[in-house]
Ligand binder design. Structure first.
Ligand SMILES: [Zn+2]
Length: 217
């Protein structure tokens, strides 16, 4: 398995490359056994060195090293506690998504990848104060049931069994916002029906693709 710090550097760079956060915005983490490695506070995600990811003991909360972890640490740790099978959390400030959800427009399935990768629905929570107990509670409550949560006037949180999977979700959320906006400008989007959504959920080919996202390179 590729070194967890190396993987974090790769996906940190990708978050910036795909325009999912700007400046020091957004934060990501990954879990390996009892330890969580988080982006340090105050860094752009594409400028963090392998040694700078902050190691934290998930059970005791003990932090290693001199750097401070992201101010959203309790939200990250909360996700790992309620979802023992996930190993990555990616929090982004994606511009198109953020614009749409802050206008009260949620993301709904209108093409197959949405259902296969993001799920049949994405919850959207009202604005809460960042960096503390309020956002932790709001996010953790949804992450119990969903892999993606949209935060009005803030951004998105995506989880996955691997960084690859969490990142695929984070990227697809923003691409969906662009597609949905294009559709809204062009006319009225035809969203998938309940029957169509079920059809995608039952596709064997989609199971194969989902499995691929759980693999590490
Ligand atoms: Zn944020």
């Amino acid at each position: 398995m590729e070194n967890i710090r190396k993987q974090l550097c790769k996906y940190g760079r990708l978050v910036i490359e795909k325009n999912l956060a700007a400046g020091p915005g957004g934060n990501i983490s990954a879990r390996e056994k009892n330890f969580v490695y988080l982006s340090p506070s105050g860094f752009a995600l594409d400028e963090i060195k392998e040694s700078q990811w902050v190691k934290v003991d998930l059970k005791t909360g003990k932090q290693y090293g001199k750097l401070k972890p992201t101010c959203e640490i309790s939200m990250h740790l909360g996700c790992y506690i309620v979802r023992p099978e996930i190993n990555a959390v990616i929090h982004t400030h994606p511009p198109y998504t953020l614009g749409l959800i802050s206008a009260g427009v949620g993301l709904k399935p209108f093409y197959p990848d949405f259902v296969a990768i993001l799920g049949r629905e994405i919850p959207m929570v009202e604005y809460v104060i960042p960096a503390g107990e309020e956002i932790r509670q709001a996010v953790v409550e949804q992450i119990k049931k969903y892999n993606v949560v949209l935060l009005k006037n803030h951004g998105a949180v995506c989880v996955g069994e691997t960084l690859k999977e969490a990142f695929a979700r984070a990227w697809l959320v923003e691409e969906t916002a662009k597609m949905q906006m294009a559709g809204m400008i062009a006319g009225k989007i035809r969203y998938l029906t309940e029957k169509e959504i079920e059809g995608i959920e039952n596709l064997k080919a989609e199971d194969y693709r989902k499995a691929l996202l759980k693999t590490l390179e």
